[in-house]
Design a protein around this ligand. Structure first.
Ligand SMILES: O=C(O)CCC(=O)C(=O)O
Ligand SMILES: [Fe+2]
Length: 499
């Protein structure tokens, strides 16, 4: 299976079908599924104990339309019509099933009925429903009527489902060769607590943060201001997503050329070997995908995601400015800062990662070594370790989860902006035999159309530019894809060690 495709155009997604009709065809091929978790059913009711009295629980998703423009940046936004379409679709479907979306669907039908019935008692169908509604109802009935062809279709869908499930079960019993990485132990793994921890309430946080970025390119952040209940609710939503049956997840499989959706991690495209993970990516609004994943509960998950993204975006922006401030850079030195320094147009990619338990964790990787393409990436790694960072000359350091802390990675674009004073951190993820690890990763970048170059203040005769300008984030990502993930070192204009 070739994965030699640009980043964010993962061809794994080609092998994931959205339609039952295509599935029969796929069935002949290697389905290319990640080792998906959770054929045992939907636990979509879990909400991580998030407090039903908190404001954000009740905040309607009205901001999503606005958020879409905020988040989509230069990325294609496959969900620009979410609100409208999803409503239309589900209004109808739920109206007939009599569940979900009460206010929208039932409201509509109830209105027609109550006004007519109130005045005239029992009315014929044609008077209570519009022609269009009756036609739609007929259409639904035609689709579900147990005709010979419908029954055959259902049987073949069931067979496909059971093949997917069986394939999953096999993968879970024995690691297929396609997942075995021989490079896994090239460098030692070290158990250590030396990865810096920065407390944002510490009066010296700016210096500590700057030092951590210079020496490690990564740190754990405490007192970051994102409520723990919200983080847990978001983690719980991700867990719920990954524990949906495989066929349900495949309904939102990433389409060719798209970023959003379910599939392998976006970096999988760089390698021929598989990684022991599955991933769900959000750019813009997740509404349409959520509505397919959780037809009954999607508004709840939308609210959690919307609130979480709002908080984490604010934190990411703050971190970028703190990182730059610790190099003596102010907002006035950065051209792409918004008029109020509010980063309204910043781009972001939000990812849920899942690393299911693995029969042979010592021979495979959840994620291969990579640097993030962002300015800064924020990782919530729950309480299960697995994330490791690389130190030249030493080896792989495990980032031991600190309760309540978030992991902050310096990304490639920050390396460019800082003219190499900060280096993006090389990291990877190991998997567990008996634990299912989930992580939430927020990749934060500049507005989509913005050129990224070493900041003028950080360039001088003794510090010539280490990198050429990058036209924009998208272009950088394409370059990275072409160079199989090795973009940053190959962009260097000279070797900093030979300076
Ligand atoms: O799962 C993790 O801890 C890190 C994931 C990661 O590095 C990524 O998604 O880029
Ligand atoms: Fe990463």
């Amino acid at each position: 299976m070739s994965q030699n495709v640009p980043l964010f155009a993962n061809n794994q997604a080609n092998l994931h079908s959205n339609q039952a009709g295509q599935q029969a065809n796929q069935n002949q091929q290697n389905l290319g599924l990640p080792p998906v978790q959770g054929t045992q059913g939907n636990n979509s009711n879990s909400n991580g104990g998030y407090n039903s009295n908190s404001n954000w629980k009740h905040s309607p998703s009205r901001n999503f339309a606005k958020n879409q423009t905020n988040h989509q940046g230069g990325f294609q936004n496959p969900q620009s019509h979410h609100m409208k379409n999803a409503k239309g679709k589900f209004t109808f479907r739920n109206g007939h099933k009599g569940k979900g979306l009460r206010n929208e669907s039932e409201g509509k039908f109830a209105l027609a009925n109550s006004s007519n019935q109130g005045k005239q008692g029992k009315r014929s169908l044609s008077l209570s429903y519009t022609e269009q509604e009756i036609e739609r109802w007929r259409e639904e009935r035609r689709k579900h009527y147990p005709s010979k062809s419908n029954i055959e279709k259902k049987i073949s869908e069931k067979m496909i489902n059971s093949e997917v499930i069986e394939r999953e079960a096999n993968i879970r019993r024995e690691l297929p060769d396609s997942y075995a990485w021989t490079t896994l132990n090239e460098h030692p793994s070290l158990e250590s607590d030396s990865v810096p921890v920065v407390d944002l309430n510490d009066p010296n946080s700016l210096q500590l943060l700057g030092h951590a970025c210079k020496t490690w390119g990564v740190f754990q952040l405490t007192n970051h201001g994102i409520p723990q209940s919200l983080v847990h609710a978001m983690e719980s939503a991700a867990r719920s997503l990954f524990s949906l049956p495989a066929q349900q997840k495949l309904k939102v499989a990433r389409s060719p050329g798209q970023i959003s959706g379910y599939g392998f991690h976006l970096i999988a495209a760089f390698w021929d070997k598989q990684q022991w993970s599955e991933c769900f990516t959000i750019v813009g609004s997740p509404l349409e995908h959520y509505a397919q994943l959780w037809p009954q509960d999607y508004t709840k998950f939308c609210c959690i995601t919307e609130e979480f993204e709002r908080e984490i975006k604010r934190l990411a922006s703050r971190l970028v400015w703190l990182m730059l401030a610790s190099l003596g850079i102010s907002k006035d030195d950065v051209e792409w800062d918004g008029p109020k320094g509010d980063d309204q147009n910043a781009s972001a990619v939000f990812q849920f990662n899942s690393y299911p338990s693995c029969p042979d964790p010592d021979r495979t990787l959840g994620l291969v070594p990579h640097t993030d393409s962002s300015l800064v990436s924020i990782v919530h790694q729950s309480n299960i370790d697995g994330l490791q960072v690389f130190r030249e000359g030493t080896g792989w350091f495990t980032i031991q989860p600190v309760p309540g802390a978030l992991v902050i990675n310096v990304g490639d674009l920050m390396s460019i902006l800082s003219n190499g004073l900060y280096s993006s951190v090389l990291h990877r993820v190991l998997v567990k035999r008996a634990q299912h690890r989930i992580s939430l990763v927020y990749h934060y970048g500049p507005p989509a159309a913005v050129k990224i170059a070493p900041l003028a203040k950080l360039v001088g005769p003794s510090h010539p530019p280490l990198y050429p300008p990058v036209t924009n984030w998208n272009e950088y990502i394409s370059t990275k894809a072409k160079l199989k993930g090795k973009a940053l070192p190959s962009l260097r204009l000279y070797d900093p060690l030979m300076k």
